[in-house]
Design a protein around this ligand. Structure first.
Ligand code: GLN
Length: 438
């Protein structure tokens, strides 16, 4: 991180703790809600269907609220203050969940949705704000930031999950809240490294009037290509987010999880993708830099298309698993691991790149709202994933896994065919050097 701006480690650790809090809470949410009301570690006693529906809405709303979160930053507070507000709301939300009672439960979830909506898009935009236009380090900066996200995401299901299941759900939520409070400390302490980033952008007015200067043709085109790229985002997360739902249940029911005589608990596999991100983040980023230096195609749209296809091939591994399970009753663990491996290689080619892409293309005064719409698209992807996963009940797992593989492949090919006209709409935003942008 030494070649990067000083603000990067601050945003890295703030977001690492926020994600620790988010994924830890998420890991026990469904378990808590479905647990009997009369048990050693009592829950709310809901049905599985109700719990999964709550989970689907919750994971959609946390991201959809990024739109008002982005507007709040662009129009009034600036990203830096909105992130602080979001962090406080998240910590308060987790602390409410740490208390007993339905009122605390619902008000806690509401604060979390508002808090993540305020924090998540704006901290991502701030990462982009650390780099000058055309700075080749920007994509790498986002990869580093993404690794921070996944350190939080990899460790918290294990820790919060353990505390929640063994000591009590409310202690789990409390731990998630403590994580966010630690993140807030880092953020407050690090303000001195964030002086020039995340402040309110003053909008130019047309001379003599109260009207804002309208968007130029270039800016409009760039917004259009961003909105088109959000379609990729919905498809990508609609497939990828099977991990918490269908893949999770499939792992429990059909994958042989016994290694050296020990049956690995299903929930532990939820940490596997995040560990792969930590392990492969830098090598995958380096691979793309190498291709760039060789003068080959490396535009963000290209990486997003290829990333979606590679992620999709992960589902072909699940096709193999489902085929084996249909033949023999059980599938080998290696299919699941290979599937996550390919999904993560795809994720690393598409997801940090998409964040970076938005910070390159969005006009400064709309940076947060564009990021907000991006996260809202990932939220729709989360909801879509739940709907696609639910199809397996009637259609069968083999069919759903194979369907995802075929769809993402076809979708990727189509994108590659349309690459040239799409790139034209970016008006060279990706080819700028720091000198030419200055
Ligand atoms: N896993 C990543 C994160 O938690 C991406 C999530 C998303 O874009 N919806 O930040």
């Amino acid at each position: 991180m030494k070649d990067h701006p000083k603000g990067l480690p601050i945003l890295f650790f703030t977001e690492m703790w926020e994600r620790f809090s988010y994924y830890g809470m998420r890991a026990i949410l469904v378990l808590y809600v479905t647990e009997q009301t009369i048990s050693a570690n009592p829950g709310l006693g809901w049905s599985k269907a109700d719990a999964l529906s709550l989970y689907g809405w919750y994971t959609m709303f946390v991201y959809v609220m990024s739109i008002p979160g982005g507007i709040l930053a662009d129009k009034w507070l600036g990203q830096k203050k909105t992130v602080l507000l979001g962090g406080i709301l998240i910590a308060a939300g987790e602390l409410l969940l740490a208390m007993q009672g339905l009122t605390f439960f619902y008000s806690g979830l509401t604060l979390l949705v508002l808090g993540v909506g305020a924090l998540k898009p704006n901290i991502s935009t701030m990462v982009g704000g650390l780099y000058k236009q055309g700075d080749p380090m920007r994509d790498k900066g986002f990869t580093i930031f993404y690794i921070g996200i996944n350190i939080g995401a990899a460790t918290s299901p294990l820790l919060v999950g353990y505390v929640g299941e063994v000591y009590g759900w409310h202690y789990g939520f409390l731990l998630a809240g403590i994580g966010m409070i630690l993140g807030l400390f880092v953020y407050m302490w690090g303000q001195k490294f964030l002086k020039d980033v995340g402040n309110v952008v003053t909008v130019k007015k047309v001379e003599g009037t109260n009207k804002h200067v309208p968007l130029t043709r270039e800016e409009k085109d760039r917004i259009i290509v961003m909105l088109i790229s959000f379609l990729i985002v919905i498809v990508f997360w609609g497939a990828y987010e099977q991990a918490g739902g269908l893949m999770n249940l499939y792992t429990k029911e059909k994958i042989n999880r016994v290694v050296l005589g020990w049956e690995i608990p299903t929930s532990m596999f939820q940490s596997v993708p995040a560990f792969f991100v930590i392990l492969l983040g830098v090598p995958v980023a380096n691979y793309w830099v190498k291709r760039y230096k060789m003068g080959k195609e490396t535009s963000s749209l290209f990486k997003m298309a290829v990333g979606t296809m590679v992620m999709g091939t992960g589902f072909f591994m699940m096709t193999a698993a489902a085929w084996q399970a249909e033949e023999t009753g059980q599938a080998m663990l290696i299919w699941l691991i290979l599937s996550y491996l390919l999904q993560v290689i795809g994720e690393l080619s598409a997801s940090p790149v998409a964040l970076s892409f938005i910070t390159k293309l969005a006009p400064a005064r709309y940076a947060s709202i564009m990021m907000g719409i991006y996260f809202a698209a990932t939220g729709l992807g989360n909801k879509l994933a739940g709907m696609v996963g639910a199809l397996a009940e009637n259609a069968g797992e083999f069919e759903v896994f194979t369907g995802i593989f075929l769809f993402t492949t076809l979708f990727g090919v189509l994108l590659l065919l349309m690459l040239k006209p799409l790139k034209r709409l970016t008006h060279g935003a990706e080819e700028l050097t720091p000198e030419s942008a200055a």
